[in-house]
Design a protein around this ligand. Structure first.
Ligand code: SF4
Length: 317
């Protein structure tokens, strides 16, 4: 069984706003194993990107722990964190805005290695950049080109080559294919999976696309307004859903199977709750057709069947 690489314990990230405290990430407990992928799904604004950024310490957590191989990296100082970032990297939804337009592709990929000074000499650096370009399916002729000369798929390959430059063990992939055409999406997903097999990488794959998450994930966490509402192994989650939000999400996946075209759809109604100073009860209550008085009490993530966790008092195996 794969060992845990990243664990979050009661992780919280709140933002002070003029209207109160926005609970972007609230009490999140998750594990990402070595060489595996944890998919994080949910609608826009559910906190999934903030969760990734908080784990990477691109924003500072309000409370909780982020364990990397058992050590809480939230306690690390700047110097320790800089070293840590050789093992943890992030790729973003829009590779264009995350790549410096004034640097050539070769310079962009070399940048992290220049910062940590782990490659000595110009020739060795060029060779290593070429290696990374090959690894990511990027022809070496693009070495001296600039980001604006490449299409979205190739720019994402550049982002990936830069992320791999320091041989990380863990990559947060924040909607890395959402801005790409469907055919290019498949190429990038397959590349990510090949790189995982070859280098034993662990991914946190953030997306709102359930078809993509089904393809790439080993485990899946469904988030709603800052909280994980359901968490299970991929096949288990697609076979059994217990939280009404997960049921609605999965019923909306389009299917090419004509015999399943008339299956029941669970449309969400009602207003999305307010993440600012939220009530202590279930955050999904304003859209849940099963909501009762009992839902006004705080809901805990409970293990319904082995390894399958749900945040709803009604959930039963
Ligand atoms: Fe619906 Fe209540 Fe369960 Fe929340 S706790 S999902 S409101 S039944």
């Amino acid at each position: 069984m794969a060992a845990p690489l990243i664990e979050t314990r009661n992780l919280k990230k709140y933002f002070q706003t003029p209207r109160g405290l926005l609970h972007a990430v609230d009490d999140v407990n998750l594990t990402i194993n070595e060489g595996q992928t944890l998919g994080i799904v949910g609608e826009s604004g559910c906190g999934k990107s903030t969760l990734g950024r908080t784990i990477m310490r691109l924003v500072e957590a309000t409370d909780g722990e982020v364990l990397y191989e058992g050590e809480d990296i939230l306690k690390y100082d700047k110097k320790q964190m800089k070293k840590m970032h050789t093992s943890m990297q992030m790729i973003f939804q829009d590779p264009f805005t995350s790549l410096n337009p004034r640097l050539s592709i070769g310079e962009i990929i070399a940048e992290p290695m220049k910062v940590v000074k782990n490659v000595k000499g110009k020739e060795a650096m060029k060779q290593r950049v070429h290696e990374l370009m090959d690894m990511c399916g990027l022809p070496q002729r693009y070495y001296n080109t600039y980001p604006h000369e490449l299409d979205g798929g190739r720019r994402q390959r550049v982002g990936l080559a830069r992320a791999l430059a320091l041989n990380p063990k863990f990559i947060v992939c924040d909607e890395p294919v959402s801005a790409l055409d469907v055919s290019i999406q498949a190429q990038i997903i397959n590349l990510l999976m090949d790189l995982q097999d070859q280098h034993g990488l662990a991914y946190m794959f953030i997306t709102h696309d359930l078809c993509v998450v089904r393809h790439i994930s080993d485990f899946i966490a469904v988030m709603y307004l800052g909280q994980v509402v359901e968490y299970a192994a991929r096949n288990e989650l697609f076979a059994h859903q217990y939280h009404p939000y997960t049921v609605a999400l999965l019923s909306a996946i389009p299917t090419p199977d004509l015999s399943r075209r008339n299956r029941e759809r669970h449309l969400l109604q009602g207003e999305v709750g307010n993440p600012i100073n939220p009530e202590p009860g279930c955050r999904f209550a304003s859209r849940c057709k099963y909501a009762t008085e009992a839902c006004k009490a705080p809901q805990q993530l409970r293990e319904i069947t082995p390894g399958h966790f749900v945040r709803c008092h009604m959930a039963k195996s």
